[in-house]
Design a binder for this molecule. Structure first.
Ligand code: 5AD
Ligand code: SF4
Length: 516
């Protein structure tokens, strides 16, 4: 098992379909079934798709045989993710045979990457819809009902689905994802996301606050603000109403592509210890909302609402964000800070725009401002030209950063990316896997150490539900995002309650405790 479960790429949720049907208080024409793969953004998008279909008179079902429309929300980040979807599609062939009116749609990043090729390669697919085109689903379904193949893979510079109220799928009623921005301007050389999800754009803060407040009023107690690069959230409210700016009026410090080289004015220079790059004073109070400001606004909804966010980019996370996190008890003390590699040479080839020194100084700064803050990372083993020494440097940064957990992958070349065009995927698979295993082994050791350090400590835990193993135990999370399991005992707590729990034991992955 070489791909480790991640919050952004949670293996335990891959392929998850509905576990709850939308209440049947309307006359539904037809049923749809949706499966999601990949990152949290995809799971969040599926909730937008559900909302769009719900308004079109579709009801959700978790039973494939009941479906009139099967949708697969796909991921392209690694080859394996695409293979999983291809295999799953073949399993729908029989169903389509039995029910010729059944429509099958492919959504998300694979749809965007492969476009009409998908319709040629997978004859049973009727709909191919990219991440920015979900509003066109109803029209495409009508076309597909008429026997035409429906495709819309147009990327947008404006679409944030801000006005669409997601229908919560597979919800525990306590924790929810809220999308705050879409797309990515970073152009990491290994990554297909800028091609499949397009340019960065930030969602109107008012609609974000409304969604979070509505969730809180509905009993939810934790929101995770989602974006490919949340720290570059930037919304120009003044421009949003000015006629000269396109709909939504999003203004970013836009990196530009010159040749294939990213020029980004915010990029840290090697050796520079710029730890604080808030927006210029002039921007503040002038209708510009930064990520730090947005965090503060969400934190103020209620001290009872926990806030998480994902994902941060080490080059963009500012002191302002860290101080805002420190200021509010309800902003969870946990940062996912992808490393990718600990070697400066590889980081440069990856176009990550920071050095190992810059990364390490961020880790130091996080710990200085928030002692005890949880930190996790994404790490890629075996990127093009990676030597044993480069690999050792990655292990050394891991040791230094003492990650509580990591999401670890071996490099998978993606067609069309900068790395595919520029570099040879020259590390043999057996070497990639061996290095990955060394990374996994080290992370296991670090996770175990991190959990052991929590023994005897008391944490405030948000109860999410029954533990997987027993309905006599609760499962919840600490602010640092560690899973903790503890006996319910005679206490009258419910999911959504906050409770102080003392850690008595731990495994590598879980804390075990008791209510105090
Ligand atoms: N190969 C392996 N891992 C990748 N990731 C992104 N693209 C690739 C790729 N081509 C990983 C990165 C990223 C995470 C979401 O997936 O670590 O942070
Ligand atoms: Fe991909 Fe880099 Fe953007 Fe993350 S920041 S989505 S790794 S291009």
């Amino acid at each position: 098992m070489f791909e480790i479960a991640t919050k952004l790429h949670d293996e335990s949720r891959q392929g998850e379909a509905f576990t709850q049907d939308i209440p049947n208080d309307r006359n539904y024409k037809r049923h749809f079934y949706i499966e999601s793969y990949g990152c949290s953004m995809n799971f969040s998008d599926s909730e937008i798709v559900a909302s769009i279909l719900f308004n079109e008179g579709f009801s959700a079902t978790r039973h494939l045989h009941e479906a009139d429309l099967i949708l697969v929300n796909t991921c392209s980040i690694r080859e394996k993710a695409e293979q999983t979807v291809r295999k799953r599609l073949t399993e729908f062939r029989k169903l389509k045979h039995q029910k010729p009116s059944l429509l099958i749609g492919v959504l998300g990043c694979m749809a965007e990457r492969l476009k009409s090729k998908f319709l040629e390669e997978e004859k049973l697919v009727d709909l191919v819809v990219g991440p920015d085109a979900y509003r066109s689903l109803p029209g495409l379904i009508v076309d597909a009902d008429d026997g035409q193949k429906g495709i819309n893979v147009l990327l947008s510079r404006e679409e944030t689905y801000a006005d669409i109220s997601p229908v919560r799928l597979n919800s525990n009623g306590i924790t929810a994802f809220v999308s705050i921005m879409r797309g990515c301007n970073n152009m990491c050389s290994f990554c297909v996301v800028p091609f499949t999800r397009g340019r960065e754009r930030s969602r109107d803060p008012e609609s974000i606050i409304k969604e979070c407040s509505d969730l809180f009023n509905a009993g939810y107690r934790e929101v995770t603000l989602l974006g490919q690069n949340v720290d570059s959230y930037y919304y120009n409210q003044a421009a949003a109403t000015a006629p000269s700016v396109p709909q939504g009026g999003k203004v970013h410090t836009q990196p530009s592509l010159s040749g294939n080289t990213l020029i980004d004015n915010d990029t840290p220079k090697s050796g520079e210890s710029a730890l604080d790059n808030p927006p210029p004073e002039a921007d503040r109070g002038a209708g510009f909302i930064t990520f730090a400001m947005l965090l503060e606004m969400v934190a103020q909804i209620s001290p009872q609402l926990r806030i998480r966010f994902s994902t941060s980019h080490p080059k963009d996370i500012t002191d302002e964000v860290l101080f805002t996190m420190a200021k509010y008890n309800n902003i969870c003390k946990y940062i996912h800070l992808p490393l990718q590699s600990g070697s400066n040479r590889i980081l440069q080839l990856m176009n990550r725009s920071y050095t190992r020194e810059w990364y390490i100084s961020k880790v130091d700064r996080i710990r200085e401002i928030m002692p005890g803050c949880g930190i996790s990372a994404d790490i890629i083993a075996g990127f093009c030209t990676e030597t044993e020494e480069d690999h050792q440097e990655t292990l050394r940064v891991m040791e230094y950063s003492k990650y509580d957990m990591s999401y670890m992958f071996f490099y998978s070349e993606r067609p069309g990316t900068l790395a595919h065009r520029r570099y040879k995927d020259d590390i043999p698979e057996v070497t990639k896997k061996r290095r990955l295993q060394e990374i996994v082994d080290l992370q296991n050791k670090l996770s175990q150490q991190s959990n052991k350090e929590d023994l005897g400590k008391i944490f405030t835990v948000l109860i999410e539900g029954d533990s997987k193993k027993s309905n006599k135990d609760w499962m919840g999370r600490t602010s640092q995002n560690k899973v903790i399991v503890f006996p319910k005992g005679a206490h009258l707590f419910v999911p959504g309650s906050y409770v102080d729990v003392k850690v008595n034991h731990c495994t590598q992955a879980t804390l075990l405790g008791e209510i105090v």
